[in-house]
Write a protein that binds this ligand. Structure first.
Ligand SMILES: Cc1cc2nc3c(=O)[nH]c(=O)nc-3n(C[C@H](O)[C@H](O)[C@H](O)COP(=O)(O)OP(=O)(O)OC[C@H]3O[C@@H](n4cnc5c(N)ncnc54)[C@H](O)[C@@H]3O)c2cc1C
Length: 353
């Protein structure tokens, strides 16, 4: 929406952006930072600068509650914010402590903004980590495991186990991709276990086997924040905001939601950065339409096959496109080019202080 406002002007008298940080950390470059490919703050999108360029009022605060019927949001900023139309795009919340149990060694990848600080503080601290468990066998967990294996923070002798959950390695990906990733995990000396994990008596236990680990990095996918449902918005059975094909709340037509925090009622859309990015222009067009008193018309349809590029942390990536799998340096170059193009498109739009 910010990019749309910069290109086409404000759609109404006042647009306000509520976000706890003046930047957005692009998750795609975080594994590259861990593996030493990128500087720490390479993947920051300047939200405050985009808001300035768009003429949008930026309030650096986290939404804590919404009264969907009364059209009011309460945030850290104090004063409740009234709105005519709202768009909620706050992403998913971490669910590692709920699923695995609380433990001081647990580092949840969400929220990604503080993950970078939490991981750096632990791995660059005085106590070297010798045994690490990465919990989660999706693309995020796998990339983090490869990145950690190649991180300068860890000794080459450090043991890393990837515990995927009962659904196994890369659920939803083709057997060819799963085989390539499995082979690469073995080549890099990463143990892989397909089982659900949980903290029991101070250890991570999976399939009855206790793992005595120093650090547990969890990438368990997006959980739903509680406040939208508590504020009266209709949600799916997991708590994600239920929206129609136009990203419009099925209970409150003046509220829209997109990407990881939302759940389409007409079709399943995987929670991924790719789908989040492609939903953006559709959401912006629909918000513009309702602000003009028209019905929203646009709808996002994910492609049947989508390109995923999983970095191995060693200058290669594994490409997944439908049933097709490829591993090599070309895939890593393509991933880098796509990520840099995305980041620089926003850097070019932002207005510096
Ligand atoms: C390590 C890792 C690597 C990944 N790599 C890829 C990849 O290569 N390709 C891919 O397709 N997907 C990838 N993903 C998934 C991708 O990051 C998410 O699906 C995507 O970021 C979701 O976008 P979003 O806009 O819903 O949320 P986010 O990108 O999480 O953005 C949410 C924004 O809302 C703000 N916010 C949060 N709570 C509040 C609140 N209460 N009030 C106000 N603002 C709030 C946040 O600060 C943030 O700015 C990866 C995920 C991880 C964890």
């Amino acid at each position: 929406m910010l990019a749309d406002c910069i290109r086409h002007g404000l759609p109404c008298e006042q647009v306000t952006l509520l976000s706890p940080h003046p930047y957005l950390r692009y998750s795609g470059t975080v594994p590259g930072w861990i593996a030493g490919q990128y500087a720490r703050d390479m993947g920051l999108v300047d939200l405050a600068g985009l808001a300035r360029a768009a003429g949008v009022t930026f309030i650096p605060a986290r939404a804590r509650a919404i009264d969907a019927g009364a059209r009011e949001v309460t945030s850290d900023a104090g004063e409740p914010l009234s709105f005519d139309i709202a768009s909620i795009d706050t992403g998913g919340v971490g669910q590692a402590a709920r699923i695995l149990g609380e433990d001081p060694r647990l580092i949840d990848v969400r929220p990604i903004e503080s993950f970078v600080d939490r991981l750096e503080a632990r791995l660059s601290g005085d106590q070297a980590a010798k045994r690490i468990a990465v919990i989660g066998g999706g693309a995020g967990g796998v990339e983090l495991a490869f990145a950690l294996r190649n991180s300068a923070w860890l000794d080459r002798s450090a043991e890393i186990v990837v515990i995927t959950g009962n659904d196994g390695l890369l659920p939803g990906f083709s057997p060819a991709v799963v085989a390539k990733v499995g082979d690469e995990l073995a080549r890099q000396g990463l143990e892989c276990l397909s089982a659900d994990a949980r903290f029991e008596n101070g250890q991570i236990v999976a399939s009855g086997t206790p793992y005595d680990v120093d650090v547990v990095v969890a990438a368990l996918g997006s959980g739903a924040p509680a406040w939208p449902g508590l504020g009266g918005l209709a949600c799916d059975d997991q708590g994600f905001i239920a929206v129609d094909r136009h990203q419009r709340s099925v209970s409150h037509p003046h509220i829209f939601a997109s990407a990881d925090v939302a759940s389409r009622t007409d079709r399943q859309v995987t929670r991924s950065g790719v789908n989040a990015v492609h939903t953006g222009p559709v959401l912006a067009a629909n918000l513009r339409a309702v602000m003009k008193g028209q019905e929203p018309r646009q709808s996002y349809t994910p492609r049947t096959a989508q390109l995923y590029l999983i970095s191995t942390g060693r200058g290669e990536a594994i490409a997944s496109y439908g049933r097709f799998a490829y591993q090599g340096r070309m895939a890593a170059k393509l991933k880098h080019a796509i990520d840099m193009r995305w980041l620089s498109s926003y850097a070019a739009l932002a207005k510096p202080m």
